[in-house]
Design a protein around this ligand. Structure first.
Ligand SMILES: [Zn+2]
Length: 279
């Protein structure tokens, strides 16, 4: 039964859950000037339907570039010294919104809850929010995985981003697949264009607006181990979890700034909460 005051209740104005005015502001000007003099110290390729890993020191940058064809990437980040501290997609979403761009930060899991990386350049920043409610670089999806594929379509597909990330981490750290799989987590969907339908609230994707040469550049706030999967969905304009889409590689470059370029910048400490939880 619809209550008499249904419209009045629906008309209540929303309140932003996490006003971010009080968040420490990233030193974007400093990061950008350090990036200007930075040089590439490592370069790896995530081949189509595969993943690569890379290490970035605190104070360095990493840049993800679309190389040949419109291609979406699924990114995982860990503290290079403690895989238990990893990218926290849900809290990043709560703080910065459904999609991230220049100036937004990728936050780590509790109890650390600190910025792991800050976006300093976004070639797709022009895209904004399209008429369908879609935008790029989302923190609302999870990653394509063989379990959901099996649930919906049956059969086993082994090159979902979840599996690609699992294999890549297992190889990078010389650990068993099952151990690596437990560390794989909800991703940043690099270059992916997604949203929720207004009518049904369903998660949708559409062909990514990314073009070869477009890139997304991050400042590493702490020592990072990263893994990037070139999604089997390609530009994710039609389907994923199959070999049907045209896929291309993604390049990851690590860049080191010149000595002294960051002044007295220091890596952010873990949260100062005392973890007594009221006891
Ligand atoms: Zn994928």
């Amino acid at each position: 039964m619809i209550p008499d005051d249904a419209e009045a209740r629906r008309a209540i104005a929303p309140v932003i859950c996490y006003p971010t005015e009080s968040l420490p502001k990233p030193a974007l000007g400093l990061y950008r000037s350090a990036l200007e003099g930075a040089g590439v110290v490592a370069s790896v390729i995530a081949p189509p339907r595969e993943a690569c890993t890379f290490e970035v020191r605190a104070g360095q940058f990493f840049r993800i570039t679309c190389v040949e064809a419109p291609q979406v990437g699924d990114l995982n980040l860990w503290n290079a010294h403690d895989l238990a501290e990893r990218f926290f997609s849900g809290k990043t979403r709560a703080l910065h919104g459904t999609h991230v761009t220049t100036g937004d930060r990728l936050w780590s899991t509790l109890p650390s809850l600190r910025p792991m990386a800050t976006i300093v350049e976004d070639a797709l920043a022009w895209y904004g929010i399209d008429p369908h409610g879609g935008s790029v670089h989302d923190v609302i999806g999870t990653r394509c995985d063989p379990y959901t594929h099996r649930l919906l379509s049956g059969g086993n597909y082994h090159h979902c981003c979840h599996s690609n990330l699992t294999r890549a981490l297992a190889e990078a750290r010389a650990i068993p697949l099952a151990e690596a799989e437990a560390h794989v987590h909800d991703v940043l969907n690099v270059f992916m264009c997604t949203g929720f339908t207004r009518e049904t609230g369903q998660y949708f994707m559409k062909a990514s607006p990314v073009r070869p040469g477009d890139h997304l550049t991050f400042f590493a706030e702490i020592d990072l181990l990263g893994a990037l999967s070139a999604c089997p969905g390609g530009d994710c304009g039609a389907e994923h979890s199959s070999d049907a889409a045209r896929c291309g590689p993604l390049r990851v470059e690590v860049l080191a700034p010149e000595e002294g370029a960051l002044g007295d910048w220091r890596m952010p400490p873990p949260s100062g909460y005392d973890r007594s939880h009221g006891r």
